[in-house]
Write a protein that binds this ligand. Sequence first.
Ligand code: TYM
Length: 329
Amino acid sequence: MKPRVFSGVQPSGDLHIGNYLGALKNWVRMQSGYECIYCIVDLHAITLYQDPAELRAKIEEVAALFLAVGIDPAVSSIIVQSSVPAHAELAWMLTCVTPVGWLQRMTQFKAKAASQDTVGDGLLQYPVLMAADILLYQAHIVPVGEDQSQHLELTRDIAQRFNALYGDTFVMPETKLPEVGARVMGLDDPETKMSKSAPGVGHGVALLDPPDAIRKKIMRATTDSNPAVDFETMGPGVRNLINIFQAFTDWPDEQIRAHFSGLGYGQAKKQVAEMVIESLRPIQQRHREIVDEPGYLPGVLKQGAERVSPIANETVELVKKRMGLYSRS
Ligand code: TYM
């Protein structure tokens, strides 16, 4: 049996090149060697208020993007989290073995809570639901960007604690980061990561941005006062742009150095912009085709849920048995 891979994306905001280079690109690659389950985590999205109509539309947009980047529904399962009730069910059982102090220490919780007037309980529970997503499928590998590393460590801590209390139950999942592109920074501020929720038109490149918008954003990206690319002295803005180029092309370091060394910033930005535009063009084209094919997407999501439900239900039954809960079987 192939080892299992699980990962997810929140359907909030527009998916950007950070999501693609940090996660989705690896997802596509992993399909050949692993049994992959890729999830649209709508229950995570509602930890912050979402307009219902917008959320519904975003779920489908993200599903279409999964297909457009190259997730093949014939070999991988694409699911919407809320369509498989076992995610929420296991999350409750895991909540009961998770010390609240572990959750209060999460950096993403602290950052998100700081921007809210009232902090919803869901925001605190967020990483427990994420642990449930992964442990539900006994996933071996979780391909994510660097910002999810702490949540993955917590997932292993929760699994270990459960196994220690109730006996060996969960597989310990491994974190898989990409070699380049694990942390794509904002174009307007290279000290902060590119984020779906960050305001500012010049912040991120969305996967569905038209070529003109991409060109404009990259040409205006924050750099430093050097006139040309120097790998010894360059600041984080230029480094970020070159990383983006490398993550899209997979060129080795020497080739990147040879290509960019001494190039004026205007020229370098132009090269990055054109490469991003050309890399996104087939994805955008495929996205249009999928959206224009009525009935296709709901079929993919239904098939995904049907395929994974037996695995999810088996884990929930096992956990119930271990904990002494009532089970129908
Ligand atoms: P989300 O929706 O914020 O991001 C989806 C994926 O994109 C990665 N990512 C980035 N990678 C590089 N540079 C960036 N600037 C960047 N921004 C985002 C993220 O690391 C992630 O891999 N909590 C998760 C969703 C989730 C999940 C899971 C992931 C829920 N359950 C189970 C894995 C397994 C999240 O909010 O991702």
